[in-house]
Design a protein. Structure first.
Length: 125
């Protein structure tokens, strides 16, 4: 799930991990999980998330099916978890067909299905 240290592939993976952590994760949580912030703040957060998902959608369109191309990595697993919060956070994934296909592809992996069943988790479609 991690390319060898010192390779260009490893740097690309680290770039995606940083993007997901700082540009997606931090916008979903805490902003979209705490109603006390108010609907105006939450709408601003949703708009920021949508903009960032637009970048992911474009990359998956050009380079997919995974974030680093053909190989499933830790970044794909992280993206799956964060984007999986979309239903709860009321982030509309309809404009992102490649991201939805990505989510379906990850969700269909046997170990992911097993983990989701064990946790009784629901992930955005």
């Amino acid at each position: 799930m991690m390319p060898p240290a010192g390779t260009l592939e490893r740097y690309r993976l680290q770039s995606w991990l940083n993007f997901i952590a700082t540009e997606l994760h931090k916008m979903y949580s805490p902003w979209l999980f705490h109603p006390e912030y108010g609907s105006d703040i939450q709408q601003i957060a949703r708009e920021k998330v949508t903009g960032r998902l637009t970048l992911v959608e474009g990359y998956l369109t050009e380079q997919g099916p995974f974030l680093t191309g053909e190989q499933f990595t830790a970044a794909d697993a992280y993206l799956f978890v964060i984007v999986g919060w979309s239903t709860y956070a009321k982030v509309d994934l309809a404009p992102f067909p490649n991201l939805r296909a990505f989510m379906d592809q990850i969700r269909s992996r046997p170990m992911v299905r097993e983990a989701l069943a064990a946790e009784r988790a629901k992930v955005a479609a």
